[in-house]
Write a protein that binds this ligand. Structure first.
Ligand code: GAR
Length: 196
């Protein structure tokens, strides 16, 4: 089996979808869930599923990203992942860190990239008057929310939608898309999939 480490900062619903998918004939298994927030709910949900967890609090590093990443690298190297999935990991990674995992690190982003890189994607899609929105899984490269697209899923934007409505509708699709992409990626298929 391919070994999959997941990095998160929050509740970890995408991590749960990924972990729960990695059974049976799936070509991968979880090896680590790692967070920059020791209080992240996702750590509890991972432990409940028998997945090893670790946390490296970014706050004592006071913006020294390289020093933070050096600590992050320790549990990661011990876990020996073949694939790293960023799953709601809300720290920007340096080019040096990304380079060490180039071609092996995936991210899920709550927009139809290349639209709306960065934060507040749902509010920005509403402000733009878009008729549709969605989520993207892509390979991580040094540029933020860039890199080859491995999959997308779309949702309609409905009259009266709030950013919260849209976030919830997109999250349902994230939980379909990320496991579908990971399964293919772990099997060596890097061609993109587009869910409807
Ligand atoms: C997800 O919507 C994910 O796409 C987004 O954070 C949420 C995490 O939810 N990621 C980003 O915004 C990355 N910049 P989860 O912790 O329940 O998976």
């Amino acid at each position: 089996h391919k070994r999959v480490a997941m990095l998160l900062s929050g509740g970890g619903s995408n991590m749960v979808a990924l972990v729960d998918s990695m059974t049976g004939d799936h070509p991968a298994r979880p090896c680590l869930v790692l967070s920059n927030d020791p209080q992240a709910g996702g750590l509890v949900r991972a432990a409940e599923r028998g997945v090893p967890t670790a946390a490296v609090d970014h706050r004592p590093f006071k913006g020294d990203r390289a020093a933070f990443e050096a600590e992050l690298m320790k549990p990661l190297l011990e876990a020996e992942p073949d694939i790293i999935c960023l799953a709601g990991f809300m720290r920007v990674l340096t080019a040096g860190f990304v380079a060490q995992w180039q071609g092996r690190m995936l991210n899920i982003h709550p927009s139809l990239l290349p639209k709306y890189k960065g934060l507040h994607t749902h509010a920005r899609a509403l402000e733009a008057g878009d008729g549709e929105h969605g989520c993207t899984v892509h390979e991580v490269t040094p540029a933020l929310d860039d890199g080859p697209i491995l999959g997308q899923a779309r949702v309609a934007i409905l009259p009266g939608d709030t950013p919260e409505d849209l976030a919830a509708r997109v999250l349902v699709q994230e939980h379909r898309l990320y496991p579908a992409v990971l399964r293919r990626f772990a099997a060596g298929d890097h061609s993109p999939i587009f869910l409807t």
